[in-house]
Design a protein around this ligand. Sequence first.
Ligand code: SF4
Length: 680
Amino acid sequence: MPHVDTHCPYCALQCGMRLTGTRVTPRDFPVNAGGLCQKGWTSGELLRSGDRLTTPLIRRDGELTPASWAEALDLVAAKLRELRSSHGPDSVAVFGGGGLTNEKAYLLGKFARVALGTSQIDYNGRFCMSSAAAAGLKAFGADRGLPFPVTDLADADVVLLAGANSAETMPPFMQHLRGAELIVIDPRRTPTAELAALHLAPAPGTDLALALGILHAVVAEGHLDKSYVDLRTAGFDEAWHIAAAWWPERAERVTGVAAADQRRAAAMLGEAHNAYVLTARGTEQHATGTANVSGWINLALALGLPGRAGSGFGCLTGQGNGQGGREHGQKADQLPGYRKIDDPAAREHVARVWGVAPESLPGPGRSATELLEALGQERGPKALLVFGSNVVVSAPRSRRVQDRLSALDFLLVADFVLSETAERADVVLPVTQWAEEDGTLTNLEGRILLRRKAVDAPVGVRSDLGVLRELATRLGQPAERFPVDAPTVFEELRAASKGGTADYSGVTYDRLRAGEALHWPVPSAEHPGTPRMFLDRFAHPDGRARFVAVDHTGPAELPDAEFPLQATTGRVLQHYQSGAQTRRIPELVDVVPEVFVEVHPDTAARAGLVEGERARVRSRRGETVARVRCVASLRPDLVFLPFHFPGEGRANLLTNPALDPVSRMPEFKVCAVALSKVDA
Ligand code: SF4
């Protein structure tokens, strides 16, 4: 039977796999070297799912009922025209996703700015990558999750993982860390922490105090790389002015991490020949997320790691196209090429590629959480178009999100299954999924990959690209402005990205088909790509990286008498994001069928709860019911819930929408809760 070499539909590692029909086998690709996790192994079942949407649905008398494509598209276009003419272009908002291909993310941004003329577009990567991106831009002048290939990690002596549970979220990645001693920063004793030479478990929301304590120890114990700091960085004195006051004993009082352990971490990093500092969602998804990441970058800079062969700093991107998804213009403040939307030169360049006047392009819009909060409000959007996202499960304070969606005049969802967000839509459009069409993605190391078509989409399903063209033409746009095949869209994306930070102009489908390892920037067809960034200079005009002066402030919400515990949310091996895909795979559901809450046995006993019982978890924003798992290694002041589950089991019914002032990341990782028996 013929086979197709492609990539996994889920996380940013983008493991190489072979599809024979819908049967998955791993293949030898640098990031996974023949490995796949349970999600990847079972991903072929997504292509056989009986749950698949194959016809548009229109809500009539309160029920979603089948309709023809023409009927559904005409209805959507009429509604959008009506709202735009009554309330202006910003009355229509767009919400994209970090799982969309580069081509879809690009065309969605263009559709919003050109066909709708709205500034109101953002995407779910705001919930995932935004703090790391903001801190990376400040420090290095460019944001590429890992500015080096994953395989470089094999030479590391020591790797510090701040808030990364990779052994559970992307297991094949761990083989690259086999030769290294691990320092794992996580309030939970995760499967990754189990592998660590040193596990530091700070109180939730105190990551930055810990980073400052370790930085203090690095300098005090003589591990500062003075010549690197002098030659390659700026701003050390301001950052040290703050860190100087964070001697490890002070950091111990705030974080609960022993001063001796902080000094040990500093010594392990300082004495290593090759070392890396890597961050992930655990330290990023906070109302102080950008400052937290800046704290870890400051530590890496003091040790002289970023931009040095064999060492470095990076962040482990989460969503499948979490990197590409933030480069091509579906973000509220961005144009393609990772350009700023308020930069006149960027507007000029992109407008020329799009064949429109620069002044016709709207300015920056609201960030994801603020956009959802504005829906249906007097000055907010009246309609929302959702592509590749399930905000009812994945956004913070999700009961409120549900209410805001109900306040809309019109909700369109394009998806391949009836997600919890699609269930609430006025119109649902059935679209293709991963192996049903060609497209490119950019993995966590900035490598552009070709995800190939392996099977035909079911009859009745269309590509998101085709949907955007149909809507754009109904809104008066020329058809040729919205191509429907991915290679043609990619050609335009290349031109739009040319000269930008994320320059794809030298990448072609032919080069990708030939298997070239192209990491951006790739500024010409002859250019070999840039697997390692910053070796000579950082992307700031003076070539130097920046220390950023940051200080600990703590979480937005602290425990009190009514809500005495802290809750943190995260992922499990078997499920991905909102679970809309993995909750449809029987093998995965068999292992983790429903939401659970990890609780220390003493905390459970105090609440009168026993293992396996259903517990009520309440916060100031709502409550959820979850099955108790007693975990003796957990801090007694902490509970943990995975966020992949729907209905009353949504962990995000609890979470705090307090936003990071720079990245606008909500505080998913810490909120105050109370735990009780369900019948209490
Ligand atoms: Fe690899 Fe991630 Fe897919 Fe698992 S989910 S197989 S780690 S790409």
